[in-house]
Ligand binder design. Sequence first.
Ligand SMILES: C[S@@+](CC[C@H](N)C(=O)[O-])C[C@H]1O[C@@H](n2cnc3c(N)ncnc32)[C@H](O)[C@@H]1O
Length: 314
Amino acid sequence: MTNWLNQCHFGDCLETLRRMPDGIAQACVTSPPYFGLRDYSGGAAEIGKEKTPAEFVAALVAVFQEVKRVLRDDGTLWLNIGDSYANDGKWGGSSGGKHAQALHGNTTIGRGKTQTGIKPKNLIGIPWRLAFALQDDGWILRQEIIWAKPNPMPESVTDRCTKSHESIFLLAKSEKYYFDSGAIKEAVAPSSVARLSQDIEQQAGSDRVPGKTNGAMKAVGDLEQRNKRSVWTVATTPYKGAHFATFPTALIEPCILAGAPAGGVVLDPFFGSGTTGEVAQQLGRKFIGCELNPAYQALQDERLRQPSLCLEAA
Ligand SMILES: C[S@@+](CC[C@H](N)C(=O)[O-])C[C@H]1O[C@@H](n2cnc3c(N)ncnc32)[C@H](O)[C@@H]1O
């Protein structure tokens, strides 16, 4: 019997996922290749090289259909996906341009001509095309989290703003799902603490219960911590060994903390250098990785050389 846990399984993730048992993972935290941006030297099965956005979205919907089966019924998918611009003179999108090439070396695509069917210069809208397709396929689209980058990739454009954010979609398999909001609470700004304390003092003489508010303000009982907001400011920190975009560990820590309990299993079908595995181990979760390109095993070994710290699920 295959031992799925705490290792990366090489090959096309669609094929690998098809062999996995139902309900083995609690959460999936992943970043698929972006449409038409890079060549990961993975050959024909590599996702991201499709000719049109529709083909790209269809390929990902098929992968996430299997992910849904592999997740427990109360499982979630945390999906980081970036956008790109239509430019049929180049291969796929044109995000990043020369700068991407400089930063990502020989892994930036060998651009050939393709027909996206979208007029050049258009933002393709990949994240929302994918989000709606997943919704149509039965996922519950719960939230768009904005990853705000204080250090975005430089762009030489002068007719729009420099892009400094990406999306992370939170999708659920069922209406009731595991989400530990307490594990990712954030500190309340001192100015808000002062304002809320004042509000509560003012309420004390009235017939309202101090510390309690109505409607949307119901959750302010704890003056020092608040529910995590949906804009996450996290600097990009390229992993030194990789030639491609890796997750900053700080970006996925909240996804793993909220998405899986200690000892729970976190899946990443596009494992790359293994960031999801590394953070899962650090936080006492188990992981399952899938990756097409076996050349990334050395990077993963470096990051995952620590013995697994996983705790057994209670
Ligand atoms: C954006 S990278 C993921 C980076 C990863 N989050 C990290 O932090 O290192 C996308 C990865 O998906 C892999 N990939 C592309 N098509 C695949 C497929 N069909 N099956 C499995 N992996 C694939 C690429 O080789 C690449 O490593």
